[in-house]
Design a protein around this ligand. Sequence first.
Ligand code: BTN
Length: 286
Amino acid sequence: MGERLHRIRAERQGSVVPGREIDSRLSEAGIRSRLRTPGFWAGFNLLDVTDSTNRCAMEMAESGAPHGTVVVADAQTAGRGRLGRSWVSPPARNVYVSLLLRPDMSPAEGARLSLVAGVALADAVEAMGVPGALKWPNDLYLDDRKAAGILAEMASGADRVRHVVIGAGVNVNMVPGDFPPEISGKATSLRIRSGRPFSREELLERFLDAFADRYGEFLDGGFAALHEGWDRRDFLRGRRVRLRRGRGEEWGTAEGVDPEGALRFLPDGAAAAEPVQSGEILEYGR
Ligand code: BTN
């Protein structure tokens, strides 16, 4: 793959809080020993730097890497966001992780896996003392700002998924000056929100455990089994939103997410809400 597979380097000078180890070096054995769910994960690829952990995991998938392969990088040079955007990915600050899955399910079910990952991410962050909100379809918000995003990429045949890569980027220890001006007014991190740094390693491990748990729930009961985990953290419910689906855009009200994972959207002037399976919220109000 070109990248060296080795331990993530120690925090760069200046990013370690004196007297406190924020991130020890990562190793597969270390991660496995701390996970509750080590059996779920097939292998860990711990990269110093890569262009994109999602790209890397997709390439590994095409080469036959197994279900449960994890790719983590300390930094990305071309982190991918949704809708062709980029994801700001400096070293020694955040978590960039991609999960390769080979579920035996339809593409429509596979598309729900990014929501499953969102619930797992919210579980992980909450377990670290930071309650977050989930903005349909793929964002984790702290207060009124985005702290994490999920990008799912899927390869499928006519009616079955071949593989899915779920990528999560979490702003853990970013400080305000780390964000480029174009997103500095909209982005946050766990550290900015809480006024203290967090262990990236702990967040990664909590996310992996939460994902393994939530994935099992999803296989057993569909998104309905996780619905409560989304519903109580729903960022958009009751808000006015500008929704883009396909080529069209319209204003309406978000009325929550249904047990299938669709956004209940009440278009302005309409009598009833309709389920939206995929789309993008371009703007929201109070
Ligand atoms: C978004 O636009 O909100 C989704 C951002 C997803 C970023 C993560 S970082 C790890 C993984 N690798 C990527 O290139 N993108 C995802």
